[in-house]
Design a binder for this molecule. Structure first.
Ligand code: AMP
Length: 223
């Protein structure tokens, strides 16, 4: 458990499309702590059309990572926010060993500790099918899938009634292949790092959203 406060500080990790974002949103509801997605933060910056945003967009669209210093700076500012005092869920960070080490330092400086790093494991063949079929509601961000999670009424969001949807530009076959290469080369080395720290918990991410959520809850002791 953390040395300060009672909330959980969790990292969700795993290959692109493993379900980190979906599970993080569910945990956010259950635990009432913020979901910090570095991908979402970067997409928001890219949308501003600033010079920095354009650089970020070019990297994301090709499936490359943004420089460590940039994302470390962004994340460290974000977890300074008051809403993170009682815990947070990190989704998409850390994605490299230098990021993992920077996170350790950031938390040590605040006298807080991570409670768990959860690796959601899904084979590459499933990842590709999941990513190529996914889309989301433009208004509320609720995720859907062409095959596995269609809205109850065709073209209408179950959650907010929105009728416009979008697909991420980086969710195409070529970019996903590059994202998987980058995952193996740059992100995967953080797994043994967290294992050595005694924080790693692995979960099979191939079941339904609810089944995976149940496994994560039980690993975290959430009733
Ligand atoms: P995600 O939404 O987590 O799939 O992230 C989308 C894209 O944002 C990634 O493919 C990277 O280009 C970029 N990105 C997100 N998080 C990070 C990070 N921690 N370090 C570097 N790049 C990142």
């Amino acid at each position: 458990m953390s040395t300060k406060n009672s909330g959980l500080r969790i990292v969700l990790t795993g290959a692109p499309g493993c379900g980190k974002g979906t599970q993080a949103r569910l945990l956010k509801e259950k635990l009432q702590i913020p979901h910090l997605s570095t991908g979402e933060m970067l997409r928001a910056e890219a949308q501003t059309g600033s010079a920095l945003g354009s650089q970020i967009k070019a990297l994301i669209d090709k499936g490359n990572l943004v420089p460590d210093e940039m994302i470390i700076d962004m994340l460290s500012k974000r977890i300074e926010n008051k809403d993170c005092e009682n815990g947070f869920i990190l989704d998409g960070f850390p994605r490299t060993l230098p990021q993992a080490k920077a996170l350790d330092k950031m938390l040590k400086d605040k006298d807080i500790k991570l409670d768990a790093v959860i690796e959601i494991q899904v084979p590459d063949e499933i990842i590709m099918e999941r990513i190529l079929g996914r889309y989301a509601c433009m208004k509320c961000g609720q995720g859907y899938h062409d095959k596995y999670q269609k809205p109850k009424v065709y073209g209408v969001c179950d959650v907010c009634g929105g009728t416009e949807f979008y697909r991420r530009i980086d969710d195409n076959r070529t970019t996903v292949q590059n994202r998987l290469v980058n995952y193996r080369a740059l992100t995967y080395p953080t797994i043994p790092y967290f294992e050595k720290e005694g924080l790693l918990k692995c979960v099979d991410g191939t079941g339904s959203i609810e089944a995976v959520a149940k496994k994560i809850d039980s690993l975290l002791g959430i009733k």
